[in-house]
Design a protein around this ligand. Structure first.
Ligand code: F6P
Length: 549
């Protein structure tokens, strides 16, 4: 059933008009208890959703829409391992990778937990050995550098979490991530590592991805050329993949191969073998804490009633803005520098999941689907794109994230950071009226001419009424990070259910890959090309000329 057919959707359409002209400032002035009613905790993470264009009626109708669209039933189907990824006929069970309970997790009739725990145990043993210096390089020296070679979900998750948990890193080990097929990416890493003390992790679910395989082969060639020791490849390369045959033919021995399963989507895979670089960085115990935090969010998502269910609330707020208020984008703004890759990670997780044009039956979708997700850490963003957030003509709902305590306490830095975090969400919500702007201008310079006063009043007024969600947590620990990531993951799931789409395939990435293969054939010979459109022919021929000259 298209989402627009639900009674709650129709009611929300009406209700949306009732909110025209209502300002968030007014909602706060009317109700001093608004924060009390519109915030929640999941574990240690406080989620404040009071700075949204919602009333109790909105909250009730959004909850009803979630119920009518069967969010609880589809959620159960996911946790129970039903093949909800219909195009690929697969279950969606990344939650099994962080399942901490004793109950079995079934894919069809099979309990997947023994295999999940077996891989985790092998990862632990491997990570412990590398960290303790028991597993060493060819010359007998302990490893000093770990290079993860992967792209998309096999890069963004490990890179985001490894960066986020820098304060927990093993002292001896440095971490590098090579993803781009652009040779500069690999080259810049190879320039700073030594072959004898470098461990490469080749991460690829399929082990066929062009960029990863090319980087992995070039890294292997570099290693063999520098060491003259082909036999040591197995000692310096580990692999993470569902395709164990391809891994073996690459030259990685079984004991350094870590598998996973087709029911783990690449963009949800950091919780298992793809997280090996994370485990090497922070150690198995801390990795367990990351899983614990995610499991806590999973339990909340599975058990909390819809109106109090944080991922459901977050998902429904997204639907509210994207489908009822015309917001096309969503910004993720961590006031936590260690989360500098958080927005990039969720850009893939969200846009690859919900950037879909047909519904679960293959019919064109009835409403707009996934938002454009973007963001940068604060306070940097304030000096770049916040102008548009505050005074632009487009509505951009934002997520703000911050820790109460810093891992790097230096002077008053953290208080200053947090003062900006609180001030920005308040400013976006309140804005500044023309009267307030005029008063501020006159206080500064009482002699302003009427023309200038009017010009500057217009320029320094802020409409406000800009919605934000704040996430506040005590400290960015592995556990807190696990909770945060799982909350955002489930939010994406909820939106996919409302939009009636399959959030777990990514067919849209294929066309470009197929065309690139054709173009590569054209680039290999020196002849002018004529087989494409005029623009592509012109560009390729100019490229060939530039290379010759
Ligand atoms: O092309 C997109 C994609 O398939 C992503 O979904 C995936 O995370 C990435 O490529 C890498 O795939 P793999 O892990 O198989 O190398």
């Amino acid at each position: 059933m298209p989402p627009t057919d639900h009674a709650a959707w129709r009611a929300l359409t009406e209700h949306r008009h009732e909110l025209d002209g209502l300002h968030l400032r007014e909602l706060f002035d009317r109700d001093p208890k608004r924060f009390e009613r519109f915030h929640a905790f999941v574990g240690d993470v406080l989620v404040d959703f009071s700075k949204h264009r919602i009333t109790d009626t909105t909250h009730r109708l959004l909850s009803e829409l979630a119920e009518q669209a069967q969010v609880p039933a589809v959620r159960e189907a996911m946790f129970k391992g039903e093949p909800i990824n219909r195009t690929e006929e697969r279950a969606v069970l990344h939650t099994a990778l962080r399942h901490r309970g004793d109950a079995p997790v079934l894919e069809g009739k099979r309990n997947v937990m023994p295999e999940v725990r077996e891989v985790l145990a092998r990862m632990r043993a491997f990570a412990d050995d590398v960290r303790a210096g028991r597993r060493r390089g060819r010359s007998g020296d302990a490893f000093t550098d770990v290079v993860n070679v992967g792209i998309g979900g096999s890069d963004l998750g490990p890179k985001m979490v490894t960066t986020a948990l820098t304060p927990y890193h093993h002292q001896r080990l440095r971490f590098h991530f090579v993803s781009n097929v652009d040779p500069s990416d690999l080259q810049q890493v190879l320039e700073v590592v030594r072959p004898d003390t470098t461990l490469f992790l080749v991460a690829s679910k399929t082990f066929t991805t062009q960029e990863t395989m090319m980087n992995a082969r070039s890294a292997r060639a570099w290693f063999v050329e520098r060491t003259g020791d082909q036999a040591a490849v197995g000692q310096h390369f580990a692999a993470i993949s569902t395709n164990t045959e391809a891994v073996a033919s690459f030259g990685v021995p079984p004991e350094a191969t870590f598998g996973f399963w087709d029911w783990v989507g690449g963009r949800f895979s950091l919780w298992g073998a793809v997280g090996l670089s994370i485990m090497l960085a922070i150690g198995p115990e801390r990795f367990d804490e990351l899983l614990d935090g995610a499991y806590e969010a999973d339990l909340h998502f599975r058990q909390a009633p819809v109106p109090e269910n944080v991922p459901v609330i977050l998902g429904m707020l997204g639907v509210w803005y994207h489908n009822f208020w015309g917001a096309a984008t969503h910004a993720i703004l961590p006031y936590d520098h260690n989360l500098s890759r958080f927005a990039a990670y969720f850009q893939q997780a969200d846009m690859e999941s919900n950037g879909k044009h047909v519904d679960r039956s293959g019919d064109p979708v009835a409403v707009d689907t996934g938002p454009i997700v973007w963001g940068e850490p604060g306070t940097n963003g304030q000096h770049a794109f916040f102008q548009l957030l505050h005074q632009g003509t487009r509505l951009v709902p934002c997520d703000f994230l911050a820790a109460a305590r810093s891992h790097a306490p230096v002077g008053e830095h953290h208080e200053v950071l947090l003062s900006n975090f609180f001030a920005q969400t308040e400013a976006l919500m309140r804005g500044r009226t023309a009267e307030e702007a005029r008063a501020a201008l006159l206080e500064h310079d009482a002699s302003l001419s009427p023309e200038r006063l009017s010009l500057l009043t217009a320029a320094t007024s802020f409409e406000g009424n800009r919605p934000t969600t704040s996430f506040l947590y005590p400290l960015l620990t592995p556990r807190v990070l696990g909770t945060l990531i799982a909350l955002f993951e489930h939010k994406i799931f909820v939106q996919g259910v409302i939009w009636e789409i399959n959030s777990f395939d990514q067919m849209g990435v294929e066309l470009g890959k197929a065309l690139a293969a054709d173009v590569l054939r054209d680039l290999r010979d020196g002849e002018p090309v004529t087989g494409h459109d005029a623009s592509t022919n012109g560009l390729i021929n100019a490229y060939k000329r530039m290379r010759r000259e």
